[in-house]
Design a protein around this ligand. Structure first.
Ligand SMILES: Cc1cc2nc3c(=O)[nH]c(=O)nc-3n(C[C@H](O)[C@H](O)[C@H](O)COP(=O)(O)OP(=O)(O)OC[C@H]3O[C@@H](n4cnc5c(N)ncnc54)[C@H](O)[C@@H]3O)c2cc1C
Length: 446
């Protein structure tokens, strides 16, 4: 069995296949399972990389039938049942399979405006979180060295595109960081004066939650000092600002800001698009692959697509769907091995939660709706329960308790400069300076 992706779907699938008769290879382009729901806490200095990412190798050290490989799947040959992957040094290797589970997830989408990515990083990977952490803390540092005026103001203005859970969480955290953590650390600037602008095309934030919970979230954000701009589309992003266009037809408006974060959309990772072509499978606009009721690809009972990539019955892009999908694919494989019929996948909605700020979070489980301190406690318990590894759980709880007790954030370290250039300046990374992003590697040598 080959599983591509060690996110929530791939991890739970491999765990469920703990059987000596099943030989599992888990391939991921990253070395660790990433707990995406807490990425924004890593980006804003509350948690470290280690808190939200656990090495897959360590995860499966005691499950002898699972081997983990580091590599990015780039090619699928469904006839030979073979996947080609790139090692980090850009050489390639192949892995053969009898059964393939594709759990490669989604990436940030700029909805056709790829040029925005240069100035507005998304929030999907550890690299994104570290990039955002660098930009946020550096913005305050640069502002400290500038005289009062429009340029300094633009460094102290932070824009977030997208009013879903990630946008709301990161906007709240920037304000909380400015008003609590950084408040007394600077001499020239007042970090509390940092403006945080949140833009969304809808009529309310967190639109997957009930309207009264959305209203509570909006009130809490406003109280924190986040400026909400609803019913607008971000139509341009530049080095020194962005433009938003109201859906009402009112004139567009420019905002001067040096930090724009993009959380406004998702699309399938490039490998999923290649898979759809290779299998002649249908996919939706975002690239989710249409699957049968058992989550296999039509005409290919040996290939499952699970998690965010599975396109069926409007399955939600949440961790719970990926975990349940992973366990379902594993159950199908076990049934195949013992000659029993597969069952159709049924997603059970266990509710959703969103963090706004200290003592404020939302939780919605069926008819149960909780906000404020109770929601915050429930949010904390849920996230601890799903973090991988006991030591991660213990150290995350300890870090949270310390952060509650004191305004400090313990994981603010960020990188400047470059390890591969001896005399590189401590500045933004080079592609940011000259606008030339290194090309994505292809397969260079076998
Ligand atoms: C910032 C953020 C906050 C979120 N908050 C919540 C929340 O509070 N609650 C909730 O339920 N959900 C939340 N989600 C959504 C949830 O994280 C996803 O639904 C879930 O991670 C999907 O699981 P998956 O296994 O389908 O994909 P992922 O978890 O994304 O895993 C995909 C894996 O595939 C790997 N991969 C990708 N391409 C390749 C390739 N070509 N070759 C090899 N490996 C590859 C990636 O490295 C990754 O490890 C959040 C997501 C984000 C980004």
């Amino acid at each position: 069995m080959l599983i591509i992706g060690g996110g929530f779907g791939g991890l739970f699938c491999a765990r469920r296949l703990d059987h000596p008769a099943v030989d599992v290879t888990l391939l991921d382009r990253a070395a660790g399972h990433l707990f995406q729901p807490l990425l924004y806490q890593c980006a804003t200095g509350t948690l470290s990389i280690g808190h939200i990412s656990r090495p897959l190798r360590e995860q499966f050290a005691r499950q002898a039938n699972v081997r983990t490989l580091l590599g990015e799947a780039v090619h699928l040959d469904p006839v030979e049942r073979r996947v080609t992957a790139l090692r980090p040094d850009e050489t390639s290797f192949t892995v053969d399979y009898d059964v393939l589970v594709i759990a490669a997830g989604m990436q940030q989408s700029y909805m056709g405006n790829e040029q925005f990515a240069r100035w507005a990083p998304g929030m999907k990977t550890l690299d994104d979180a570290m990039n955002i952490r660098q930009r946020l803390f550096t913005a305050f540092e640069i502002a400290e060295t500038l005289p009062p005026g429009p340029e300094r103001d633009s460094w102290l203005t932070f824009a977030v595109a997208g009013g879903g859970p990630t946008g709301v969480e990161v906007a709240g955290q920037i304000r909380e960081m400015a008003t609590r953590t950084l408040a007394n650390e600077f001499h020239s600037i007042e970090p509390e004066e940092a403006r945080v602008l949140l833009f969304d095309g809808g009529t309310r934030v967190l639109k997957t939650f009930a309207p009264d919970l959305s209203d509570k979230a909006a009130a809490a954000l406003t109280e924190l000092g986040v400026e909400l701009h609803l019913g607008v589309h971000v139509t341009d992003v530049r080095q020194d600002g962005l433009t938003v266009t109201p859906k009402s037809g009112a004139p567009s408006q420019d905002y001067a800001t040096r930090t724009v974060l993009w959380t406004a959309g998702v699309e399938a990772v490039p490998f999923a698009r290649h898979v759809a072509e290779a299998l002649d499978a249908k996919s939706d606009k975002a690239g989710r692959i249409t699957v049968e009721p058992d989550l296999s690809v039509p005409g290919h009972p040996e290939i499952f697509v699970i998690g965010d990539l599975a396109g069926r019955d409007k399955l939600p892009g949440v961790a719970e769907n990926a975990m349940q999908g992973g366990m379902h694919a594993a159950a199908c494989i076990r049934r195949d091995v013992t000659g029993r019929r597969r069952k159709p996948y049924r997603y059970r909605d266990l509710g959703s939660a969103a963090y706004i700020s200290r003592r404020r979070a939302l939780l919605q489980v069926g008819p149960i709706k909780v906000a404020g301190v109770l929601g915050w406690l429930a949010w904390g318990f849920i996230h601890i329960a799903f973090l991988t590894g006991l030591s991660n759980r213990v150290s995350t709880v300890a870090t949270w308790l310390a952060t509650i007790a004191r305004p400090t954030r313990y994981h603010r370290a960020f990188m400047l400069g470059s390890a591969d250039e001896h005399e590189a300046r401590y500045t933004w990374s080079s592609w940011d300076q000259d606008g030339v992003r290194p090309p994505r590697p292809g397969i260079t040598k076998a």
